[in-house]
Design a protein around this ligand. Structure first.
Ligand code: HSE
Length: 287
């Protein structure tokens, strides 16, 4: 059995802790033979445990404590600590692993409630489960969500070489906004969401660039955001935003502008990883 989970990009600018899309980069786990102790074979970072300390197993055991140990092969092209949902992908893999090995028959809603309780906010785990564009709210220990197809487009990920931990990036945020600021910030988010649902990417992208909840406070941690956004605007990108807590920057693109944009971004910094992705509309897959 294999379980495949997509990368995700949270926030889409103003949809802070609420909106996310799934992307065509994947974590794949292959469940191999049962054994006495858990063994996770991977060629990811040396700091990722290969025994039951691995987040995959920790999550699975949190869902069902008496799961039989297995050997598992783990591969991933989702970069770690770059704002593309790498830890969420492992959490979803762990929940699905428990679901299948433990014959739990969990619903999407049950998986989402468990994953959000672990992660603290739903904007990566929800699109990782559902695919496409997900708008979710986590209140009183309950997730309410809507999944929708995201309009066709290219997505360019500008992935800096340095990691940025979510914890550090959240510490840069203010503890309060004024009532007036909150009204303005939420109106921008509301129009962004409505525009995506209408298939209006030019308007959605414009709103993605007007976030008032977090990007300005994080700018000192991602100084390249302003330069990348300027290029995106000059080259006809729909919208450019900080992916999750950063440092990756995502550009939502009309496909005929992608090549020219890539050239401009390479000219800006040839050492940065640039991936051209699409939106994964399916979410977690088991095969
Ligand atoms: N919404 C979260 C943030 C996503 O921006 O901090 C990262 O986990």
């Amino acid at each position: 059995m294999k379980i495949r989970i997509p990368a995700t990009s949270a926030n889409l600018g103003p949809g802070f802790d609420s909106c996310g899309i799934a992307l065509s980069q994947y974590l794949v786990i292959e469940v191999l033979e049962p054994r006495e102790h858990w063994l996770i074979e991977h060629d990811l970072s040396a700091s990722i445990p290969t025994n039951e300390e691995n987040l995959l197993v920790q999550t699975a055991l949190q869902v069902k404590a008496d799961l039989p140990p297995h050997k598992i092969k783990m591969t991933s092209d989702i970069p770690v600590a770059r704002g593309l949902g790498s830890s969420s992908s492992v959490i979803i893999a762990g929940i699905e692993l428990a679901n299948r090995l433990g014959n739990l028959n969990l619903s999407v809603k049950e998986k989402l409630d468990i994953a959000t309780t672990i992660e603290g906010h739903p904007d990566n785990v929800a699109p990782a489960i559902c695919g496409g564009f997900v708008v979710a709210s986590y209140n009183d220990q309950e997730v309410s969500y809507v999944k929708h197809h995201f309009p066709e487009c290219d997505v360019i990920a500008y992935i800096p070489n340095e990691e940025l931990l979510t914890k550090e990036s959240r510490e840069a945020l203010p503890s309060e906004l004024t009532f007036g600021e909150a009204v303005k910030a939420s109106s921008i988010a509301n129009v962004m969401i409505a525009a995506v649902l209408n298939g209006n990417l030019p308007l959605a992208g414009k709103m993605m660039e007007k976030d008032l909840f977090h990007e300005a406070y994080r700018a000192k941690l991602v100084p390249h955001l302003a330069a990348v956004r300027k290029i995106s605007q000059e080259e006809g990108g729909y919208g450019c935003y900080l992916s999750g807590a950063g440092p990756t920057i995502l550009m939502i693109m009309p496909p005929d502008r992608t090549e020219r944009m890539l050239k401009r971004l390479k000219d800006l910094d040839a050492s940065v990883r640039l991936d051209v992705l699409s939106v994964d509309q399916e979410g977690v897959q088991v095969y």
